[in-house]
Design a protein around this ligand. Structure first.
Ligand code: PLP
Length: 348
């Protein structure tokens, strides 16, 4: 099976398994796991920040960040298809008592022009904005990248408005790779950054929340409250260190493979509609067309048909398909998948 459903399906590499087997460990709730401590120190260094904390999932990292920056009864400005809104179990309301002020932005790129009018007026009878949350790359917009100048404008505007800014950087290393920038530079103006070790970076489990020492001290309390206090987590952090330092350097391969798949889709315009401008990293999203063009094509049927031929993909809407490339699907496998996709689109 060629599994293009998500980059979360990556299994730990042989080097990771070796490092996991020989990891030095201790009780991390007592801050005594040397491998977790090292991962937290080195992740903070990589992002040019004071501190970071290892969390079991990106969802927990994002939700801790939202709790850190907000008070109950406030609003969080985020993009309309963002992960914090659509895929995190309404936890910004359940855990932080906040509601989302969702703003739709073309290709998921939230600019200051979108954000400024969404900020609650400073009037006592309107809900106040507590936080701005961005997503880079933007998953459901197709792995799109928000460029640095757009971010700089958001950081400057937010500073002037006295608002904190969080980055859901589940795939921020993909964004940095696409832009040819260091992650520290690409994220310097955010108050907190969450990134995933378990996506394209290939670790079996884990994400990091990065920020000031004070923010991360408080994050440790919220992590424990959410049940995220882990014990000998060094076996996981050992894989995380390889993800952070090694796997982050090869993401351009995934991006080239995504482009190959996207080009196969774009070559069949009668059967599929794709915005090639969105194909910037390791995600490919497109819409199927129906024969009569009156409606879209059937995504569930397409997914089932590809599965029969050994390719797993995701239906992310009634007519929409997503491919995600990653370490466990190499160039040869992507070429085979592209051929199968082309063949199938041609007969649709
Ligand atoms: C995957 C993902 C997360 C975190 O997901 P978990 O499954 O909770 O680790 C957060 N943000 C984005 C954009 C993601 O794609």
């Amino acid at each position: 099976m060629i599994d293009l459903r998500s980059d979360t399906v990556t299994r730990p590499t042989p080097a990771m398994r070796e490092a996991m087997a020989s990891a030095e460990v201790g009780d991390d709730v007592y801050s005594e796991d040397p491998t977790v401590n090292r991962l937290e120190r080195e992740a903070a260094e990589t992002f040019g920040r004071e501190a970071s904390i290892f969390v079991p999932t990106g969802t927990m990292g994002n939700q801790i960040a939202i709790r850190l920056h907000t008070q109950h009864g406030q609003e969080v400005i985020c993009e309309a298809r963002s992960h914090v809104l659509d895929w995190e179990m309404a936890m910004m309301s359940a855990f932080s008592g906040c509601q989302a002020r969702a703003v739709a932005a073309e290709r998921g790129i939230l600019t200051w022009q979108h954000i400024k009018p969404a900020i609650g007026a400073k009037i006592y009878y309107r809900a106040q904005t507590g936080l701005i949350s961005l997503e880079n790359t933007h998953n459901m917009a197709g792995g799109t990248v928000t460029p640095l100048p757009v971010l700089e404008e958001v950081w400057a505007g937010a500073r002037e408005a006295g608002l904190p800014v969080h980055l859901d950087g589940g795939r921020v290393f993909n964004a940095a790779t696409a832009l040819g920038l260091d992650v520290a530079k690409l994220t310097s103006g955010f108050d907190t950054v969450m990134f995933c070790l378990s996506k394209g970076l290939g670790a079996p489990v884990g994400s990091m929340l990065v920020g000031s020492r004070k923010a991360i001290e408080q994050a440790r309390i919220y992590r424990k409250a959410l049940g995220g206090g882990m014990r000998q987590a060094g076996v996981l952090a050992a894989a995380g260190l390889i993800a952070l330092h090694e796997m982050s350097k090869r993401l351009h391969e995934d991006h080239a493979n995504a482009r190959l798949l996207a080009e196969a889709v774009a070559a069949e315009p009668a059967a599929a509609e794709i915005d090639m401008e969105t194909v910037q990293t390791n995600i490919v999203i497109f819409k199927l067309r129906s024969k009569d063009r009156a409606t879209g094509g059937d995504a569930a049927a397409f997914t089932a048909a590809l599965k029969q031929k050994g390719v797993l993909v995701s239906a992310i809407g009634p007519h929409s398909i997503r491919f995600v490339t990653h370490y466990d699907v190499d160039r040869v496998a992507c070429e085979r998948a592209a051929a199968i996709v082309s063949e199938h689109l041609r007969v649709l």
